[in-house]
Design a protein around this ligand. Structure first.
Ligand SMILES: [Fe+2]
Ligand SMILES: [Fe+2]
Length: 255
């Protein structure tokens, strides 16, 4: 089972009754764990993180329309997913405007270059399995990890938007999962090859974003752990054994 958004933890110190769990930090201390959304350092880091998010949503939109070229019988459903991504993009643009931040789109475009190039190459070669792995598994699991870890430390405006978005991303992850599960035997070798070529890029992307994410109080270890949880859960649902999943995940360390 893929973890559902209903299992997301509430942000510390922001919701619920004013009781504090035994052993937990006092509320005043928990509240100080939130970053200063108005500081120059926060806005500087946010310009790059928000740029990545906006670029990621735009590319997700474009990728689903591209996948529709390879799966014309599912064009309506893929167009629906693409429209969701555009809505996400607008939501995150509003988050930047709300904080008075301008997204660094040049940085963001470069950030996505390796995965974008590999997706375009696969599209040109009509490699549907590779396209689905890159967009619907790796990028969606990356987005879910980022949004999941961001929600408890986001400003109230962005938090509300991100909570809505993350639920959609689970739908997209499930889309790729269902298709690959139904076509596992014919997809297996391409999936393994595409995973080997692209999973190391995800690890590098997480490393590249770690310092800025930390300013937003999102820790690299949490991001990586959340990504690996979704990624491995999906592989299990697709039909890979524990041993095969361990082997697929090891590609992250080797590339
Ligand atoms: Fe999205
Ligand atoms: Fe998505």
């Amino acid at each position: 089972m893929v973890v559902t958004p209903t299992e997301l933890s509430p942000a510390p110190g922001l919701v619920g009754a004013p009781q504090v769990a035994p052993g937990a930090a006092p509320l005043e201390q928990q509240a100080t764990d939130l970053p200063d959304f108005s500081s120059a350092a926060y806005k500087d880091a946010y310009s790059r993180i928000n740029g990545i998010v906006i670029e990621g949503e735009q590319e997700a939109h474009d990728n689903y329309l591209s996948i529709a070229q390879l799966l014309p019988q599912q064009a309506d459903e893929l167009a629906r997913l693409a429209r969701m991504e555009m809505k996400h993009k607008k939501g995150f643009a509003a988050c930047a405007a709300n904080l008075g931040v301008t997204a660094d789109m040049k940085f963001a475009s470069e950030f996505f270059t390796p995965l974008r190039e590999n997706f375009q190459l696969a599209l040109a070669e009509q490699k549907l399995v590779t396209c689905l792995l890159i967009q619907s598994i790796l990028i969606e699991a990356f987005a879910i990890a980022a949004y999941h870890i961001y929600i408890p430390v986001a400003d109230p405006f962005a938090r509300k938007i991100t909570e809505g978005v993350v639920q959609d991303e689970y739908t997209h992850l499930n889309y790729g999962q269902q298709w690959l599960k139904a076509n596992l035997e014919s997809s297996r070798s391409e999936l393994e090859e595409a995973n080997r070529a692209n999973l190391p890029h995800v690890r590098r992307m997480l490393e590249q974003v770690a310092d800025d994410a930390s300013v937003l109080h999102m820790e690299k270890e949490d991001l990586m752990a959340d990504f690996m949880a979704s990624y491995q859960e999906v592989l299990s649902e697709i039909g890979f054994s524990s041993r095969e999943i361990a082997r697929l995940a090891t590609a992250a360390l080797l590339g």
